[in-house]
Design a protein around this ligand. Structure first.
Ligand code: GRF
Length: 192
């Protein structure tokens, strides 16, 4: 994560079916990182500024492997992972995005949903691929747009839905054996 870290906190506080082995941030001063340290979690903090993206991602990759990480859950991680990093962890990176994908990839999702006159906003947990917010959707929650909603008021209600959705979908994801459905979704060879 990169900042506030409320989704990371929800993943920690509702961890059932998985354990959080490491909290990593590209922003050494991220508020969420201080929270993670206070809660006794292992942390990794490094900024790519100065050392470059490749060196940063190599160090991140090493830290994740050293911590025994099997699945990476991006939670408000505001940086694009390189294609090489995504390939190294293919099928093992998930993200939460504040829209009903495939609608509104990228930023300003709530403002765009309101401007379009949508009846619902929402959030999606999806696999991370080289395409921004483009991987298979693993789960979604819908949130009604209320009259008078601004991007901020809608975002606040969607955030509550995010905190309920992400731990549930992450647990399902890590506990699902590599069966036919998952192999198709991940575009991996099926398990024997
Ligand atoms: C969340 O809305 C998440 O969906 C998006 O960025 C925001 C991060 O918030 N990717 P937080 O850092 O988890 O509080």
């Amino acid at each position: 994560m990169s900042g506030r870290g409320s989704n990371m906190m929800a993943l920690v506080e509702q961890a059932r079916g998985y354990t959080v082995a490491l909290v990593a941030s590209d922003k050494p001063d991220a508020a969420g990182l201080a929270w993670a340290r206070e809660h006794g979690l292992a942390t990794f903090a490094l900024s790519p500024k100065g050392i470059g993206k490749a060196a940063y991602e190599d160090a991140l990759d090493a830290a994740l492997r050293d911590a025994g990480v099997e699945v990476i859950a991006l939670a408000g991680y505001m940086r694009l992972l390189s294609d090489a990093f995504v390939a190294r962890w293919r099928g093992r990176i998930v993200n939460i995005h504040p829209s009903l994908l495939p609608l509104y990839k990228g930023l300003d999702t709530h403002a765009r949903a309101i401007a379009a006159g949508d009846g619902h906003g929402g959030c999606s947990v999806h696999l991370v691929t080289e395409e921004l917010d483009g991987g298979t959707v693993l789960g979604q929650a819908r949130v009604a747009v209320q009259p008078g909603d601004t991007a901020d008021t809608l975002a606040a209600r969607v955030l509550v839905a995010e905190h309920a959705l992400y731990p549930r979908i992450l647990a399902e994801f890590v506990m699902t054996p590599l069966d036919h459905v998952r192999a198709v979704a991940l575009q991996l060879p099926e398990a024997e």
